[in-house]
Design a protein around this ligand. Structure first.
Ligand code: ADP
Ligand code: MG
Length: 262
């Protein structure tokens, strides 16, 4: 589905150049949720922007279903951390979700249908006529998720989408993502700095090094099974083991002299 090869990026040029990423390569298979976890400032947002075609990377290339990504493809949607800045305050919830569809050649009827389906899949059917400023933070982020889903993207990129909401809302939004991913069969690449969240959501976790970021590990999380539960999954031996492995890799990289027990 997504093939990322040798992505590197430096901001600025000459003596002022700042290398944010180096030689990042990975693939995402259709239907997978892949989480990228890495320390703050290691280049996670830069990586998502480079993969999406928003930012031309200094090195490397990404392909979506074999087609090189040079600008943002139609079948890709992006959800940012700052839902407050990504919604139009003068449009209703329905207007926000419908907005990107207006540019697409679709019948009015199929557009309305996609909007209503997306709103009900995130539990916002009753809030369709409200404005973003009448909603809580978690509801606003659900609008942003609905807007992405309404486009029926092949690939959904999410940059710390749940980092600005309280813990309970965050857990609810994580479970919402797992449900809609199943309903829409969307492939998801999600960036987070939260180890537990990465393991809870993912089929695979890619661990990035400190800046400039590069992939230090690619961890299979499918042994946890497709059905996750905020309480039983998080207390299971498999989860505890995996979160320890990710934490160790984040702290020590692949250094063999790292202590074996964190
Ligand atoms: P993360 O998302 O992992 O916290 P970022 O990708 O946002 O990291 O940033 C990686 C590094 O690149 C940081 O040192 C940051 O200051 C720098 N950086 C990010 N965006 C820009 C920009 N537009 N111009 C210059 N430097 C930037
Ligand atoms: Mg970031």
């Amino acid at each position: 589905m997504l093939d990322v090869s040798g992505i590197g990026h430096a901001y600025g040029s000459g003596a002022a150049a700042h290398t944010a990423l180096r030689d990042v390569s990975f693939t995402v298979r259709q239907g997978e949720i892949v989480c990228i976890v890495g320390p703050s400032g290691c280049g996670k947002s830069t990586l998502l922007r480079a993969v999406s075609g928003l930012l031309p990377p200094s090195a490397g290339q990404s392909w979506l279903t074999g087609v090189p990504i040079r600008s943002v493809p139609d079948d890709l949607a992006f959800v940012f951390q700052e839902y407050g800045k990504s919604l139009f305050p003068w449009l209703t919830v329905r207007g926000n979700v419908a907005f990107p569809l207006k540019a697409r050649r679709r019948s009015r009827q199929s557009r309305d249908r996609a909007v209503e389906d997306a709103l009900s899949s995130v539990g916002l059917a009753d809030a369709a006529d409200k404005h973003p400023w009448q909603l809580s933070g978690g509801m606003q982020q659900r609008v942003a998720i609905a807007r992405a889903l309404a486009c029926e993207p092949r690939l959904l990129l999410m940059d710390e989408p749940f980092a600005s909401v309280d813990a309970q809302t965050r857990a609810d939004l994580e479970d919402l993502l797992l449900r809609v991913r199943r309903a829409y069969r969307t492939t998801v690449l999600l960036v987070t700095h939260d180890i537990d969240e990465s393991v809870y959501l993912a089929d695979r976790v890619l661990v990035l090094s400190t800046a400039p970021g590069t992939v230090v590990a690619d961890i299979d999380v499918t042994p946890l099974g497709p059905d996750r539960d905020q309480i039983t999954t998080r207390e299971s031996d498999g989860f505890v083991h995996l979160r320890g492995e990710v934490a160790r890799l984040l702290r020590y990289g692949t250094d063999r002299h790292a202590p074996q027990e964190a």
